[in-house]
Write a protein that binds this ligand. Sequence first.
Ligand code: HSE
Length: 424
Amino acid sequence: MKKLRIGLAGLGVVGKGVYDILTKDAKLLEVRSNASLELVAVSARSKKDFLNPKIKFYENAVDLANDPEIDVIIEVIGGNKTAKDLLQAALKNGKKFVTANKALIAEEGFELAQLEEKSQSCIRFEAAVAAATPIIKTFREGLAANEIKEFYAILNGTCNFILTKMKNENLDFAVALKEAQDLGYAESDPTFDIKGIDTAHKLAILAAIASGTKPAFKQLHIEGVDEVTIEDIKLADELGYKIKLLATYKNLGESMQQAVYPALVKNSDKISQVDSAFNAILTKASNANWNMLIGSGAGSLPTASGIVADLVDIANGRTNYMFGVKSEHLREAKINNISQRFGKYFLKLLINKDLAQKTNLAEVLFGSKLQIEKAAFIDKNSEILCAFLTDEQKEQDVLDILKNLDSNLVKSAKFLRVEETNSF
Ligand code: HSE
């Protein structure tokens, strides 16, 4: 029986999941891989009690790359510096590389794609985006006969978990975040989750495959969930919407939108029904029409599931270019400024009670510049919090309208974007 000898860098939540799957599912994996998947070495800050003593232990991850008894290295240490050193050393020594490191792929993906080709090795990263949900394979292989026109995705389990808890259990943001951390969903630095950075890393990777362009993380417009309040969630609910942190990609011909923001999605829209730590990617493709994948997007075994699937592919010789095409074909991404977005908006204004009584309130506030489809209100003693759902507008025009509101009438104003996919 052929052997695939594995070195595992990192024994945190995900590393432990990989260890567990390789141990408990060894027989199944052997049949599917036509090889025995043997974990021969690990590296971590310290030895763990659960480790089989026959497995070699290295304190320094890069030592795995110099071990001649290893064919493939799994990197689940996170961060960029050591992970990149390990990747470079591994490829230089002819080893294959599997990683869940979205930051590394999103920020240095083009350079890595070149390195992969030069070394004639392979870098696999299914678990980097949506963990157990096979979206890399779907975009790169399953939808290879399509142009991806647009996609809307929930790509951060922590944020989806927090928003779901806030809505369903009226929980405070901080309490919901603590629960997500305890369940092993959050990054070691959870600001990456709540500020939308983790989602943007994943968006940059998916958008590169979708559009055949270089990952463009640094150009993305990124907003997180940290400014979403329980009142936003309640007002959205009254209007018939949920708030989700969305990664959005729209192919606009010459240019594209790639942006991350909390958006209102209609209760009847399939993606709004994806709650808790689940991820989803709703895609419009040129020939396949709409398609939606839903799955576990974070956590120990789900992330390890994506990683081990990559091992099975490697064992069977099923490899592909990182972004589906040779790096020489990857173009520069031309991404529109978000102020060019065209769509509906949710406007939230704090006004005094007398003004709120007016039957022509929207006209008093906005003149004839906006059409209001729906409105909802929360009574706050002497003041009223109003939410308006607008017709389709250019974002720059909405910004101008908000900037020019009469400050004697409006005490505070903010907006969220609305995404209506009309998919299924
Ligand atoms: N912190 C990430 C999330 C882990 O919550 O989705 C999976 O990438």
